[in-house]
Ligand binder design. Structure first.
Ligand SMILES: [Ca+2]
Ligand SMILES: [Ca+2]
Length: 424
């Protein structure tokens, strides 16, 4: 939460900073943050955000300047978009392989190898069945940190279960000819099982600690939201597990009565994007309420608020019942979008092909059909750019390849795989 540490900044500078980029003034005593960004305030007269439409939650204010509607920035990077492959049916994830080929999941349950030149392989055999209704299906895929030697991959999927379904994580070994998965095991099951078709999450990301971090939704229905705050459920959580699916002893709630040992953070709504930054910090981007999509710095044991603390309104247009935008003990998002972008897939760019983009966070936007680029400084968003708008496709996932280029899949019935490379 915010703490008032510095209050000496002149009120007139504060006012300028607030007016320039963040709409109305903050709702709580967050002037310290404004003071920290005093330098930015001095130059913010020219600041215009990418988003200029009215917010959905017109009566809400950010907790600090720059928490939403950051200054629009233009990188002036000239790039080409190559359509590597077409005809992918609602692809959900793209995972570049070391040699240049790519794994692509399709929501209906197929995992495919797409060659660097764009040849789409037959579905890889050996995956368990998925429940592909609604938002469910075959979701993310990630390579083992030791893929080079063990050819092991991990994937998340909507598992049909007695009484409903749930997000589960499986792993398997890609056969030498890359046509099938062997030694397939379901290593983790989100509890409880529920009979619905929404908010499964999920993204998978290995940390430098060798642990697998996985993000999940709270299953959307109003009676399910409370699970985001309950320690006896994985719904609305980010978990940290060993490669065998078990919770390690240094997780934050190990030993707490009734708490599941895999929980890393709580209070999430539906996290469909997660990425480690170059310093090894985990960031999660989640679908919020209408006007409340969030970028969060995912730190051990923290509570990100849903459904008690949240920006936005119900998709019906009604206020969020019982919610406030800020409360002590609950994390503020580093950044939020109102109106929403509907985020899915994210990566920090670290390659050599685009020096101007290094350390920037790229996020897919389903709802606004574009790629979002965020500039971060000291764990704050200082610039936003929207790319690939003219393509009008729902961007589902973005990853950096070993060649330093960006790879994107689009969530369409006739979905595409794109390669973003410097213009020739
Ligand atoms: Ca992935
Ligand atoms: Ca939140």
């Amino acid at each position: 939460m915010l703490t008032a540490r510095v209050t000496s900044i002149p009120a007139i500078v504060l006012t300028a900073a607030l007016a320039a980029c963040s709409g109305a003034p903050p709702a709580d005593s967050s002037t310290a943050q404004a003071a920290e960004s005093g330098a930015a305030a001095a130059t913010s007269a020219q600041c215009k955000p990418v988003e200029t439409r009215p917010p959905n939650a017109s009566n809400q204010s950010p907790a600090r300047p720059g928490q939403t509607r950051a200054c629009a920035v233009t990188s002036n990077v000239a790039f080409d978009v190559s359509v590597v492959a077409k005809g992918l049916v609602n692809p959900w994830a793209v995972e570049p392989l070391p040699g240049g080929d790519l794994l692509v999941t399709e929501k209906s349950g197929r995992l495919r190898l797409v060659s660097a030149s764009g040849t789409i392989g037959q579905p890889i055999a050996g995956l368990p069945r998925v429940d592909a209704r609604g938002q469910g299906g075959l979701l993310d895929v990630a390579l083992s940190p030791t893929f080079d030697t063990d050819r092991t991959i991990y994937w998340s999927f909507t598992e049909p279960r007695q009484g409903g379904n749930g997000t589960s994580i499986a792993r398997g070994v890609l056969s030498a000819d890359r046509t099938r998965l062997e030694q397939v095991q379901v290593i983790f099951r989100v509890l409880p099982t529920y009979d619905g078709t929404m908010h499964y999450g999920s993204r998978l990301a290995f940390g430098t600690d060798g642990m697998l971090y996985a993000t999940f939704g709270e299953r959307s229905d109003s009676q399910m939201r409370r699970y985001s705050q309950q320690f006896d459920s994985h719904l609305g959580k980010i978990v940290r597990i060993r490669p065998d699916g078990t919770g390690p002893p240094d997780n934050p709630f190990v030993g707490q009565a009734g708490a599941l040992p895999e929980i890393w953070t709580l209070g999430h709504r539906n996290v469909q994007a997660a990425a480690f930054d170059p310093q090894g910090k985990l960031w999660g981007i989640e679908h919020g309420a209408r006007g409340g999509d969030e970028l969060n710095l995912v730190e051990k044991g923290k509570n990100f608020g849903w459904p008690i603390v949240a920006y936005g309104i119900e998709y019906s247009g009604r206020p969020l019942s019982g919610a406030v935008t800020a409360r002590s003990g609950y994390e503020q998002p580093v950044y939020y979008w109102d109106p929403v972008i509907a985020p899915s897939g994210a990566t920090f760019y670290t390659g050599d092909a685009f020096p101007a983009w290094r350390n920037n966070l790229f996020i897919g936007s389903l709802g606004q059909q574009r790629l979002v680029r965020l500039v971060l400084e000291n764990d704050r968003v200082t610039g936003e750019e929207h790319l690939l708008i003219d393509r009008s496709q729902r961007v589902r996932d973005v990853r950096q390849g070993p060649d330093g280029l960006l790879y994107i899949v689009t969530d369409q019935q006739d979905g595409e795989l794109w390669r973003i490379s410097p213009r020739r």
